[in-house]
Design a protein around this ligand. Structure first.
Ligand code: HEC
Ligand code: HEC
Ligand code: HEC
Ligand code: HEC
Length: 207
């Protein structure tokens, strides 16, 4: 391969890779430019469904209220408590809280605009909620534990915390962000790393 060809191939790969690591091409783009089948008809801002530049929460300028129910069924585990990191995700993925329930930005702006279909459905009261695979519900006992403390060092069949990528533990607990990055779906399903050969699981579990 001559130099030009190498450069062209490198360029194509970089464009491809660059495109994949953005929220823009992901199913977390709920704006009118997004790939989500039932994205907003007229809202062209992408980040607004999760962040606002002003008058948001002090925590990452979050633009969403907490989930409508505080009654998540979680697994019993050491110090099990759902913390902000997971509640942020559940403010859409509980299938009960309106996707357009924003702190800064009137709900009405989105209600009429949001298409209704197989991904974003109607909760029965005209509010757009996640249905289908995105709806993991309020019973989290059938999901991987979140809000549980990571086991102390020396616990059989778990790697010591120091050997786990610490970015994966939020306040030394497992949270949605232990496995997912909401901005980047390059590994599919917004995973933080490839789970080929269950690599992600084996990072914590010593099996
Ligand atoms: C579907 C929800 C969602 C969307 C859409 C979204 N974010 Fe986020 N963002 C989050 C969550 C959750 C966090 C906190 C957890 C984390 O850091 O990953 C966060 C954290 C951040 C942070 C601070 C922490 C960090 O990773 O540096 C920045 C900056 C940020 N987002 C920028 C953006 C921008 C810019 C956009 C639009 C292009 C965007 N986000 C779209 C959910 C979202
Ligand atoms: C503003 C609403 C919203 C928030 C907040 C949100 N999501 Fe999503 N998420 C969606 C929508 C809409 C989809 C597409 C659903 C579908 O395709 O069925 C989705 C899809 C996903 C998927 C599946 C992607 C795939 O390719 O299969 C994962 C995983 C996911 N979200 C994780 C998270 C995590 C983790 C958080 C918190 C860090 C989060 N989401 C926060 C709206 C949201
Ligand atoms: C221990 C790792 C881990 C944790 C913690 C985790 N997930 Fe996932 N999640 C995954 C993996 C791996 C997949 C991909 C499954 C597949 O491709 O079959 C996934 C898939 C999903 C999907 C796509 C639908 C599906 O069932 O495949 C959604 C939505 C989702 N996760 C949301 C969440 C939310 C919200 C949280 C926090 C309450 C969370 N996840 C916590 C590992 C995790
Ligand atoms: C960030 C670290 C981490 C990652 C990554 C991780 N786990 Fe876990 N896993 C835990 C912790 C912590 C527990 C709960 C231990 C306890 O409190 O008993 C757990 C519990 C479990 C359980 C037992 C649930 C029960 O019923 O008690 C299973 C099964 C499991 N994980 C499978 C997986 C699979 C499959 C993956 C990959 C998709 C995965 N884990 C990724 C940390 C992790």
């Amino acid at each position: 391969m001559n130099f030009l060809k190498i450069m062209i191939v490198a360029f194509i790969f970089s464009v491809f890779a660059f495109g994949q690591i953005s929220v823009v091409n992901s199913s977390h783009n709920l704006s009118s430019s997004g790939p989500v089948a039932q994205a907003s008809d007229d809202q062209d801002r992408i980040c607004v469904f999760c962040h606002t530049p002003h008058k948001g929460s002090e925590d990452v300028l979050w633009n969403r209220d907490n989930p409508v129910t505080g009654d998540f069924l979680v697994r019993a585990g050491t110090g099990a408590i759902l913390e902000e990191g997971s509640l942020k995700c559940l403010s859409c993925h509980d299938g009960a809280t309106a996707v357009n329930n924003l702190v800064n930005g009137t709900t009405a702006d989105f209600t009429t605009a949001m298409g209704i279909g197989t991904i974003i459905g109607d909760d029965g009261s005209g509010n757009p909620v996640l249905v289908g695979s995105g709806n993991i519900g309020t019973n989290l006992r059938n999901d991987h534990p979140v809000g549980v403390d990571y086991p102390i060092d020396g616990t059989p069949r778990f790697h010591d915390a120091i050997d786990v990528d610490l970015a994966q533990l939020i306040n030394s607990k497992v949270a949605c962000a232990s496995c997912h990055d909401p901005h980047d779906s390059q590994f599919g399903a917004f995973l933080i790393a490839s789970n080929n050969g269950s690599a992600l699981c084996l990072d914590c579990h010593d099996r």
